[in-house]
Ligand binder design. Structure first.
Ligand SMILES: [Fe+2]
Length: 336
């Protein structure tokens, strides 16, 4: 693979538009994000990790309007700004400050690359406790410390970007930002159903994926879900109960993914975008050998099948046609 223009350091934030601010705010509070700044037009949310806001809520039709990576240096912004179609380096205009360059990917998604934002101080994470499991007796004479209520979200971890051409889109993110393939899931004709891509931080271990490039059943481009790390299983389960109390739509989970390894829990927001809590991801570095997997072999370690509300953002003729192709691929391989 070619040497990328820049190697981004992390997924910085998503800019999300929602038609009803009040509805969106109530959901995000119950989901466990915390308000860091507020203006007349936007609310900036954070997790408990010491970092600039990871979620910018504005008014919109419902969904992610831009995704943002953090650059390793100001010089990387200057290099990216010289690419065709890129904006000049400009002050971000957000309360956390910093500078950014804007690009548009081949599927039409706005991508910001940002550098120099002010980090907030760390906030209290969910309380940890030892486990009397795996033959260990690490918690003798102590009760577990578990708070009920919203999860204490730590950070934005990954998102899944759907399009008609996941392979072409991955190539673009590799070329400009250095994303690497961790695993690919293929249809019987070997076209990708999903490419899980991680950051290239050399020997430093990073999450199994920062972006999942998924083949969209309706062949449209969208961020299908945004995913946030929580501290541990107890915090994930407490958050699950709390979201249930808000009568939000639970769309998949709780389970443990085969690719990525996370314990996951997916919820649909009132503005349509799916939000995930996860804990305990697989970590990979540059020693990892990418694997090609067949869709039919994909069975999570444990947990239920995804619901139709997770798989299908909206119904149309292409969805019916492609869903048939997908189901055929699964059943063919089961017979083989
Ligand atoms: Fe996910």
């Amino acid at each position: 693979m070619t040497e990328p223009v820049a190697k981004v350091q992390k997924l910085a934030y998503v800019r999300v538009g929602a038609p009803d601010f009040g509805d969106a705010e109530r959901f995000l509070e119950r989901f466990g994000l915390q308000v860091q700044y507020r203006s007349a037009e936007r609310i900036y949310y954070r997790g408990t990790d010491p970092a600039p806001p990871c979620y910018v809520l504005g008014e919109g039709r419902g969904g992610v309007e831009a995704i943002a990576f953090e650059a390793a240096s100001y010089e990387d912004l200057e290099t990216l700004s010289r690419l065709e179609g890129a904006s000049p380096v400009e002050a971000s205009g957000d309360p956390a400050g910093g500078y950014l360059v804007r690009l548009v990917d081949p599927a039409g998604m706005t991508v910001e690359v940002v550098w120099g934002q002010n980090s907030g101080e760390a906030l209290n994470p969910a309380l940890p406790h030892a486990f009397n499991m795996d033959g260990l007796r690490a918690r003798e004479g102590e009760l577990p410390r578990i708070e009920q209520g919203a999860s204490r979200v730590k950070r934005l971890g990954h998102l899944v970007l759907e399009s008609a051409d996941p392979a072409g889109l991955f190539d673009w993110y590799h070329k400009y930002f250095g994303l690497m393939i961790s695993d690919a899931v293929r249809l019987p004709d070997q076209s990708p159903q999903m490419i899980f891509a991680r950051l290239d931080r050399s020997e430093t271990y990073v999450d199994h994926h920062v972006i999942g490039f998924q083949w969209a059943l309706d062949e449209r481009t969208r961020v299908q879900h945004v995913a946030f790390e929580v501290s541990n299983l107890d915090d994930l389960m407490s958050g699950h109960d709390h979201l249930k109390g808000g009568a939000y739509k639970h769309v998949w989970g709780i389970g443990r993914h085969l690719l990525g390894g996370q314990i996951f829990d997916y919820w649909k927001s009132p503005f349509g975008l799916i939000h995930e809590h996860w804990t305990d991801t697989d970590l990979l570095n540059n020693k990892h050998q990418a694997q090609d997997c067949q869709l039919a072999d994909m069975k999570d370690y444990w947990g239920p099948e995804p619901t139709p509300a997770f798989l299908i953002a909206r119904w149309n003729f292409k969805v019916v046609k492609n869903l048939f192709r997908l189901l055929k691929a699964r059943s063919m391989a089961k017979k083989a």
